[in-house]
Design a protein around this ligand. Structure first.
Ligand SMILES: Cc1ncc(COP(=O)(O)O)c(C=O)c1O
Length: 343
């Protein structure tokens, strides 16, 4: 049965919140997750003493549902988001949401909002935001005893409206994550403290920050919302690793590494990347769910800059991006079985 889509100008949607028909909600109480299900209520009513407000027990994920060329509604590797959120919750002393239940909940909420999933070719997607908060009362510093897992979905527009454009980055004087801290998990608290440097970067005309490792300030870590990829002069991919485990394990990055190695036959090296060697690379990009790869045209710091090119996208990252977006849309064979059909 064909779904009647909402009357929306999909191509001109921004990356902004529009409430849809349903959210998913599931509470954790007395040591167990309840059944969980859909709700038309997009608001929460919480105690002023809920743990989320005081000690910031919150974690989240981000993935998207979209329509393939064949007309299927699919998600990209939701099991990986389930796993990352599981790991994040454990690190924050929150009850991990079962991975199978996570994928079922994603399917349930996407199906219920099928009319909000943008059509193939619009470039728009249904952004899926699973999150978990401490709802139980907490005064002393300790984990709460009650939690809520929720998924909101919202249609968002194409990341690049007029074709992929390189962006400029600045090297932040601030740090994103402490060594062996929480940089490798998707906790809201990491983003609260990245807002100040992010606002600074935007006010100076930069798209984002490049953060260096906070222990030695000599290695490249990541940006505020994406991992980095570099291309060396032999056309190989160089992927920054962290000595101090403070880079978020991007699902897009791990997928691109597999595509580079197993489909494109590229030489891939995952290693710590010194900031003073970024001028030796020929291409730089940021990778994440929203844009897949955002080409970086230049990186600027107090007394220097490296220019990769603000007017073109490098060939290696362009090919990588086209291959992964092709797999996602169903135009390139999905030999890894990454595309998860919802309906
Ligand atoms: C800090 C940070 N790094 C990297 C990523 C990219 O991760 P993914 O590819 O899983 O979207 C994100 C976005 O989720 C992020 O917030």
């Amino acid at each position: 049965m064909a779904i009647e889509k909402k009357d929306i100008d999909w191509g001109s949607l921004a990356f902004a919140y529009t409430p849809t028909d349903f959210s998913y909600v599931c509470n954790w109480k007395d040591g167990a997750w309840e059944e969980g299900g859909l709700t038309p209520d997009h608001t929460l009513n919480l105690s002023e003493c809920a743990g989320i407000f005081h000690y910031c027990q919150e974690c989240f994920e981000g993935l998207k549902a979209y329509t393939t060329k064949e007309g299927d509604i699919v998600c990209f590797r939701p099991d990986m988001n389930a796993e990352r959120m599981y790991d994040t919750a454990e690190r924050l002393c929150m009850p991990p949401f079962p991975k199978d239940k996570f994928v079922e909940a994603v399917e349930m909420v996407v199906k219920a909002n099928a009319a909000w999933v943008p059509p193939f070719g619009s470039g728009a997607t249904l952004y899926i935001r699973p999150f978990m908060i401490a709802t139980g009362n907490v005064i002393g510093v300790k984990p709460a005893t009650e939690y809520q897992f929720r998924i909101l979905v919202t249609p968002v527009g194409p990341y690049y409206k007029g074709g992929v454009q390189p962006v400029a980055l600045m090297v932040s004087d601030y740090d994103r994550a402490a060594p062996h801290g929480t940089g490798n998990i998707k906790a809201g608290l990491n983003y609260a403290m990245s807002l100040y440097p992010s606002v600074q970067a935007h006010s100076q005309g930069f798209a984002d920050n490049m953060f260096l490792d906070s222990q030695t300030r000599t290695y490249v870590e990541e940006s505020g919302g994406a991992n980095f990829l570099f291309v060396d002069k032999d056309g190989g991919l160089v992927v920054p690793q962290s000595f101090t485990d403070s880079i978020l394990p991007s699902i897009t990055r791990r997928s691109l590494v597999a595509v580079a190695k197993e489909m494109l036959g590229l030489n891939v090296v995952e290693r710590p990347v010194r900031f003073d060697e970024i001028g030796e690379f020929t291409e730089c990009g940021m990778c994440g769910t929203a844009a897949v790869i955002s080409p970086v045209g230049k990186v600027v710091w107090k007394d220097g800059e490296v220019v990769y090119g603000m007017d073109h996208v490098g060939p290696v990252l362009a090919k990588l991006r086209a291959t992964l977006t092709g797999i996602q849309s169903g135009e390139v064979e999905d030999k890894f079985n990454w595309v998860h059909k919802v309906m």
